[in-house]
Design a protein. Structure first.
Length: 329
């Protein structure tokens, strides 16, 4: 049964050791917990748990599966998740912990949920400087995916009260750490052919980044780099997708949703019709069914209709991008 996102009893946890243990336990249980960083309050979930990450999108009403920033306790934890080039190492050494996010190639063995990285081969990662955030990350002992803790499209929160204004009843808990000192989101730096590029201005001035590297920080050549996943054709499998199908044709595989299942070979995003489960399964199922299609020589996958509500909007957004015509060349 799909859970009502407004049905949770959101508790306020203190910054005491007991409060942090409770917050870490909730994260381990797959719940969503808001916590302060030096920039804004983040809405955290276990970055390795697809259902927990899907819960972030559901709680925020986030309209699309944008990549999330993964927070870790230290540089060593970051290196276990991502591959660092020379410039990335310099920036991490200079500005971590702090309000800097680096977009880096994720390691295949990192164990991150595909939904946390929007199915991309890169991960946005940072080590926050806020002492409470770092204590929570240490208590949890793993990576935490955390966008800003506010409904999508609303102003980012810099206090626990701000979080409760928008997300009370949608998340399990808020760790109250007072007001965030920086108050704007982290600066995001990616790399294009080894060249550092600014993806989002934020808490660290670009001039400081350039000074640390001894060269200018570039600007993206295309908007696709600024917002990964927003190209018309993206997340595209090799097989063609036929959307909103009532069933598969004789030469198609089937990507189903809900209790009515085809006898044709394929997969089901959620046999129970749970949109959170479907969101959690989406990227992994697209990869798996594409592998099935390649192995069997099938050219097309029929995809069941997904309700255009809640997380269904995000699922359909990604399916439409996956089904869009490929660019020439």
């Amino acid at each position: 049964m799909t859970q009502d996102p407004h049905s949770k009893n959101t508790v306020i946890l203190s910054d005491s050791p007991r409060g942090l243990r409770a917050a870490a336990a909730l994260l381990h249980a797959g719940e969503q917990v808001a916590f302060p960083t030096e920039t804004v309050y983040g809405l955290g979930a276990d970055a390795r748990n697809p259902r927990a990450v899907a819960g972030i999108f559901a709680a925020k009403g986030r309209p699309a599966f944008n990549p999330l920033i993964v927070h870790v306790a230290d540089v060593e934890a970051a290196r276990a998740l991502a591959e660092f080039g020379d410039d990335a190492r310099i920036l991490a050494t200079t500005f971590w912990p702090g309000p800097l996010t680096l977009v880096l190639p994720r390691r295949p063995e990192a164990g991150l949920a595909d939904l946390a990285t929007a199915g991309l081969e890169t991960v946005g990662i940072r080590v926050p400087a806020h002492p409470l955030a770092r204590r929570l990350l240490i208590a949890f002992g793993g990576p935490v995916a955390a966008p800003s803790a506010n409904p999508s499209g609303r102003v980012s929160p810099t206090s626990a009260a701000h979080v409760l204004e928008g997300l009370r009843g949608r998340i399990a808990a808020v760790v109250d750490g007072g007001t965030c000192p920086v108050g704007v989101e982290s600066t995001i730096v990616g790399f294009d052919g080894g060249r550092p590029i600014l993806l989002r201005p934020g808490g660290i001035p670009v001039a400081a980044l350039s000074e640390a590297l001894g060269r200018e920080i570039g600007r993206p050549v295309t908007t696709g780099i600024i917002a990964p996943g927003q190209m018309t054709s993206h997340y595209a499998p090799r097989a063609q997708l036929r959307l909103e199908a009532s069933g598969p044709g004789p030469d198609e595989l089937w990507l189903g949703f809900g209790p009515v299942e085809s006898l044709r070979p394929g997969l089901n995003l959620s046999p129970s019709g749970d949109l959170a489960e479907a969101a959690a399964n989406l990227f992994a199922h697209l990869r798996e069914i594409d592998a099935m299609a390649t192995k069997s020589g099938v050219k097309c996958v029929a995809v069941a209709a997904i309700p255009e509500k809640g997380l269904g909007e995000a699922i359909n957004d990604r399916l439409r991008r996956a089904a869009a015509p490929r660019p020439a060349g």
